[in-house]
Design a protein around this ligand. Sequence first.
Ligand SMILES: Nc1nc2c(c(=O)[nH]1)N[C@H]1C(S)=C(S)[C@@H](COP(=O)(O)O)O[C@H]1N2
Ligand SMILES: [Mo]
Length: 325
Amino acid sequence: MLIKSSRRLDGSDIAASEVTPRRVFERRRHVLRAAGAGAAGLVFGPRAFAANDAAEGAKLAATPNPAFQVADKPTAFKDITSYNNFYEFGTDKGDPVQNAHTLQTRPWTVSVEGEVHQPKIYSIDDLLKLAPLEERTYRMRCVEGWSMVIPWVGYSLAEIIKRAQPTANAKYVEFVTLADPRQMPGLASKILDWPYREGLRIDEAMHPLTLLTVGLYGQVLPKQDGAPVRIVVPWKYGFKSAKSIVKIRFVEKAPATSWNTYASDEYGFYSNVNPNVDHPRWSQATERRIGEDGFFSPKRPTLMFNGYGDQVASLYQGMDLKKFY
Ligand SMILES: Nc1nc2c(c(=O)[nH]1)N[C@H]1C(S)=C(S)[C@@H](COP(=O)(O)O)O[C@H]1N2
Ligand SMILES: [Mo]
């Protein structure tokens, strides 16, 4: 997606991907079968999972939170789980669904560390129990110009931050993804400086919209979507939403992030969805909603802060968003 030298970034790929190639179609059929099997299952507690994995498709009980819904129709499960960016499993959209099965999601720990009074290493079971699981449907928008509407399962990241008691020096939060070459074939190519890293200002991380995410469509996160736990920040471009995280670190200075390190003139630290600030090589004014991508479907206008301006614009009061892109 974001590779400079690749044809994927110059816009031609967007047109090409409007035609579904046969192998993508076949993968989708496979995913559909998996989804059907999950839907027939029971509601499992954490102890029902297999030793090294959260059972693929296991249900997660979550209460819809009416404060976090959108009117747009949710994107189909098969699209959410077969059209992915997860470079640890390859750079093509269809790679993660095919390759992510090697990811071992149990045992799994997340270390909360750095500038906090209460550092803690959480097991994934601890995280699942930390706060009530909510279903929240968010608009998601990739910097490449496509978008989806995803019913996530999780709770506000603020729940963890409150418990950690950040020190007065904690100005930013860094998120670090697992980087294990035995589980992640994409690490063999040095496109990004692994591990994948992202970051937020602490007030962004504390914002109730920022979701510690453990599922989608009422089931545990599929591996290609960042199992067993990821961050979701719906008013920012998708790459800010780090998958399969193992570390949440509180720091004083803005942390280096993978995409900013890769090309700082193209991917800034903030990366708020903003139709008025173009990427240096393409416009960000419109987007293609996955599932609506026929040749004649009109593109949608991209909304400021991805439509979450009422809730987040105040975080950026007085900032020049062309400078802090
Ligand atoms: N660890 C990791 N997290 C990642 C990525 C990645 O390559 N590695 N890609 C990002 C990008 S560019 C997007 S658009 C979203 C896609 O999430 P989805 O596949 O669940 O829709 O994940 C983000 N998180
Ligand atoms: Mo993205």
